[in-house]
Design a protein around this ligand. Structure first.
Ligand SMILES: [Zn+2]
Length: 636
């Protein structure tokens, strides 16, 4: 399962109702929330010649069009030569452009900044959502604005009680953990509260964990929720600095669609380009990146223990870079090996911990591990996995090193993740097919984050069948999401009578063409009406018994076509685990499903005729839509 699965979509109604219901509650958690963004997701400033603060990161591409304009001829020439088989040259040109756009980001061998560069001031009066939303000019980007705004709008938190931590992303995790400690103290003083709640994403999660490793005894934290934390680092720095990038093009293009929530034809076009071309282009940039980021402490903090020594010996001088080495040795030899211990100690101390991970994707820059694109599942959660694209043998029950409770099922329905070996098997949630840190663009990811951070509803992965340990991504761009009617996402049991398919596109109608299964002697009966509007669900009955099949795995393929756009026929595969014995079902498998359309089986003849007629009209309307669309004009 290469492009990992799924998606669902937003029931705006359900959302808003949840919001209203919640807003009426009076027992809202009043402890302030601190969001800690990921690597290079914070704004950096520098003083220009006139003494004014000027943004140096992220480089503002529109303000710097003149620089881009000057480089453009060379880039175009390089592109031509790249096409003539010299992609490295294109990489070098691109890197020079990035250097011109952000010239002040370079660090000295001891890890300090060459130029006076600073982040936005961590003043609680200015770094809370109420103030940020009221600002006339946005001085910088706000990486998790969508999420921060969501919890405020839905009544999960008050805007003046949600804070964003700012930091210099070039610095090591030890230094930043100390910065975070200062900010936590300031937020406590500003709000008058005893404790805070932390929400750390990616490198932000690693910073929060490093903070807890050293300062748990400050007793300042009530909850720490980690989204795809880089607890164990990644192979990214190693691959880039070494020039050993193998570009996983499919998944990298996918992420663009994931952010925009729509699918494009990019993937299909780029599939025809030799992947080697992109890897060589990227490797052409590595020399530039070395000059640019070689002395960033964060690059080493983000490197997994496995590659750290090699990278350090290769690129850092013992004397000149002693400080980067000293601090990162602490991260790699003291903090990283004890992540599990630290998290379990937090729980013993009464701190609520939740880890959100994503799985089922290839590592973007190369590597065989199952990942969320940037971080391997193992480095994020401690859980063991199969290699990317493989799955455990039928009937695998898990190594059970961290949880040996036989009534728990910690194996993912896709057969790829064994959470019984995770740092925290009962407090780690996985989303199959979600891209790194993209939770806020998906309904489920957004709600899981909001519920764990802002409510007491999800004590652990057993608390609510709607938030099980494993769930398939419902990003809108994935087109369809599917599950069986009475089981949790990813499972089939004998309680199920139908298969539910949902159109997750925001704007496109789809028509379901076929549903087929591998691994069981079962056939699906597609109803007459199978054109689905955005958000609409289709109930599909089936003949046969999954629980009688020899395998406990079943793979269901849904083939569909997007109707109001130029589109290929697309399919999406969903992996299921069949629960064979009813009495051994994992806890609370029943899920409520509301059907919005669909099932024509068992209808009287006249009604069936009417449904057929409606179907025909439906197709005609779709055709009319299409003829009026830009896509059609483009065809002409
Ligand atoms: Zn367990």
């Amino acid at each position: 399962m290469k492009k990992a699965l799924c998606l669902l979509l937003s029931l705006v109604m359900v959302f808003s109702m949840t919001g209203v219901a919640f807003a009426e509650k009076t027992d809202k958690n009043e402890n302030p929330i601190i969001i800690i963004p990921g690597f290079m997701q914070t704004t950096l400033l520098s003083e220009n010649e006139k003494g004014e603060a000027e943004k140096v990161w992220l480089p503002d591409f529109f303000e710097k069009l003149d620089i881009i304009g000057k480089s453009l001829p060379e880039i175009l020439l390089s592109f031509v030569s790249a096409m003539a088989d010299k992609p490295e040259k294109l990489g070098t040109e691109l890197m020079e452009l990035i250097n011109d756009l952000a010239p002040k980001m370079v660090c000295n061998p001891d890890g300090t900044s060459v130029h006076p560069v600073f982040h936005l001031e961590n003043d609680p009066a200015k770094r809370n959502m109420a103030f940020i939303k009221g600002e006339k000019e946005k001085p910088g980007m706000l990486a998790y604005y969508t999420f921060a705004n969501y919890i405020c709008e839905k009544g999960y938190a008050d805007a003046d009680n949600v804070f964003i931590f700012e930091y210099d992303g070039r610095m090591d995790a030890l230094f930043l953990a100390e910065n975070l400690r200062d900010f936590i103290k300031d937020v406590k003083a500003y709000t008058g509260k005893d404790k805070v709640r932390l929400f750390g994403v990616s490198y932000g999660g690693q910073i929060a964990e490093t903070y807890l490793h050293f300062y748990m005894n400050d007793n300042d934290v009530e909850k720490a929720v980690f989204n795809v934390p880089s607890f164990g680092g990644t192979n990214f720095g190693h691959r880039i600095l070494n020039g050993s990038v193998e570009f996983a093009l499919d998944d990298v293009m996918d992420i663009i669609e994931s952010i925009t929530g729509s699918d494009t034809e990019f993937n299909r076009i780029l599939k025809d380009v030799d992947p080697e071309f992109f890897s060589r282009t990227l490797n052409g940039i590595t020399e530039g990146i070395r000059a640019f980021a070689k002395y960033w402490g964060s690059v080493y903090s983000l490197t997994s223990v496995e590659y750290y020594d090699e990278l350090k010996n290769q690129f850092l001088d013992e004397k000149e870079s002693a400080e980067i080495i000293r601090r990162n040795d602490i991260i790699h030899y003291e903090v990283m090996p004890k992540v599990g211990e630290t998290l379990r100690k937090c729980i013993d101390e009464g701190i609520y911990i939740a880890v959100h991970a994503a799985s089922g994707l290839q590592l973007a820059l190369g590597g065989e591990e199952n990942s969320d694109l940037l971080l391997s599942v193992k480095d994020v959660t401690g859980a063991t996995t199969t290699l990317f694209g493989e799955r455990y043998k039928d009937g695998y029950k898990g190594a059970g090193t961290a949880c040996s409770d036989k009534s728990h099922n910690h194996i993912s329905p896709s057969g790829e993740v064994d959470a019984s070996t995770a740092y925290l098997p009962e407090n780690t949630w996985f989303v199959d097919g979600q891209h790194h840190a993209m939770f806020q663009y998906e309904n489920y990811g957004l709600n899981l984050a909001a519920k764990t951070l802002c409510t007491d509803e999800l004590k652990d992965v057993h608390s609510d069948p709607d938030y099980p340990q494993f769930r398939v991504s419902d990003n809108p761009h994935r087109g369809v999401y599917a599950e069986f009617d009475n089981s949790t996402s990813g499972f089939i049991s004998e309680k199920d009578g139908a298969f539910i398919i949902e159109n997750t596109y925001k704007n496109n109608k789809i028509r379901i063409l076929s549903v087929t299964v591998k691994g069981a002697d079962v056939s699906f009966d597609l109803p007459f009406k199978r054109t689905l509007s955005p958000g609409e669900k289709l109930k599909v009955g089936f003949d046969g018994d999954f629980t009688k099949a020899a395998s406990s795995k079943a793979s269901v393929k849904v083939k569909y076509v997007k109707l109001d756009n130029i589109s290929h026929i697309t399919d999406r595969k969903f992996d299921f685990t069949v629960l064979k014995e009813y009495e051994n079902d994992i806890d609370n498998l029943t899920v409520k499903n509301e059907l919005y359309c669909g099932d024509s089986s068992g209808m009287p003849v006249l009604k069936r005729a009417a449904v057929t007629l409606i179907n025909i009209l439906d197709i005609i309307f779709v055709l009319i839509d299409f003829i009026g669309s830009d896509a059609f004009r483009y065809l002409l």
